[in-house]
Structure formats: structure tokens, C-alpha cells
Design a protein around this ligand. Sequence first.
Ligand code: ADP
Ligand code: ADP
Ligand code: ZN
Length: 216
Amino acid sequence: MKIIMVGAPGAGKGTQAKRIAEKYGIPHVSTGDIFRKNLKEGTELGLKAKVYMDQGALVPDEITIGMLMDRIHQADCRDGYVLDGFPRNIPQAEALTKALAAGNESIDAVIDVNVPDENIMDRMSGRRTCRKCGEGFHTRFNPPAVQGICNVCGGELYMRDDDLPETVKKRLVVYHDQTQPLIDYYSKQQILKSVDGTQQMDKVFADIVDVLENLG
Ligand code: ADP
Ligand code: ADP
Ligand code: ZN
């Protein structure tokens, strides 16, 4: 199964993508996570991406598309994957559609995790991420057992540089300008499925599973 998650920054794409990946035994492919991993390792790609990420802007397609294509052509992606954070604009979506069509493949479902802008600031100010394994938490909505410590691996939790309010505002503008048009793009292909992302995490997941179990 090949799935795409779309939604505003902080809508819960990563949270839900991890659960989908676990339930269906497919890899969770997050372009943001790949950029952050590269940055941590100090690669050239990571340093290049950081300039854009810190501004709340999109990393250029010349960097992003090739990186994503390399990832989905690895062996573990053969039976499917859940994409989180890609595509983020129409040229990326078209590049993906084209690459899949060349191998007679296509996306099965695009899950739109719908959360209005009003809720996003709260989501982002409380988001905490594990430095070691990347697991996501929220100070209020999904707190770790011990404050500041990852439940999964014991790593240190931090607040992402790009989750500061000023950057989040910019990312929301970029989302509406460049990413939201994908909703229309995938509606026309009749693979778009919207879920109410303001609900409690378990309920959002139940709705997504319901969608995936009932694909025409
Ligand atoms: P969020 O989880 O808040 O949606 P991500 O972790 O997906 O954020 O992305 C963080 C940043 O990484 C983005 O603001 C952008 O700078 C960069 N990025 C991630 N995916 C892409 C992409 N597909 N195209 C361009 N830039 C991207
Ligand atoms: P995205 O990948 O779309 O940027 P995340 O999955 O990282 O979003 O979620 C953003 C923040 O909101 C995290 O701190 C996460 O724990 C929290 N969160 C995710 N889903 C929900 C939900 N349904 N209700 C409340 N908080 C949530
Ligand atoms: Zn961890």
C-alpha cells in the first residue's frame, strides 16, 4: 500500500504516519526526518536544507525530489510506504506521479489530516521531539512519562528550531500557498480522503484505518 499524508505543519501527519507504518508493516518516509538526520550527521545536504528550514521555506525541489526518489527505490519500499511531508507542492506531486507511472504503479490513498490554523500554534508550541530516535511528544496532548525524556529510547527531548511561533506562521503561509493545492490535485484523481485531525489521536487513527480498510 502506498499512502501520502497531507496537512498543515503540526496537523499530526507524523504521529499518524508512524502508527500506519507499524500497523501495515511499511516504512514511514518523512522528508523532514531525512533532512534532520542529515543535519545531525553534518552532511552537505543537511547543511543546505537547514538554511531553508530555519526560514520556514521549502527546500528546493532540485534537492528534495531526488532525495525522495532514492529513498522510495530502496528495497524496503517495494511493498509500499507512507509518505509524510512529501509531496509539498505541485511539481513534487507531478514528479512522483510520473516516476510511479513509469513502473505501472500509483498511490492508493492520500490522507488529508484536516486541522484549522487556529489549532496549529498550540500544537507547535508544545511539540517536543526526541534528539535520538525522532519520536514526537506534546507537553499537554501527549506528554512523556518523565518530563524531557523520550519514552521510547530515553533520549533527550527538544523543541525544533522551526517550531518557534514566527517560523510556524511562515510555514502556515507556505502551506496554504504551495501545499494546499495538492488537495485539489488528488481530489481530481479521486484518491483524496479527509479526516478530522482535531479529534483525539486515537480517534484520528481509527478514522484513517477505516478509510484504508474501505478503499474502493
Ligand atoms: P512538519 O512536520 O511540521 O510538517 P516537516 O518535518 O515535514 O515539518 O518539515 C520541516 C521542514 O523541512 C519544512 O518546513 C521544509 O523546510 C523542509 N521540508 C520537508 N519536506 C519537504 C519537501 N517535501 N519539500 C521541501 N521542503 C521540505
Ligand atoms: P506534523 O507531522 O503534521 O507536523 P506531528 O505529528 O508532529 O505533526 O504533531 C504535532 C504536535 O501535535 C506533536 O506535538 C503531537 O504530539 C501533537 N499531536 C498530534 N496529533 C494530535 C492530536 N490529534 N491531538 C492533539 N495533539 C496532537
Ligand atoms: Zn527517543
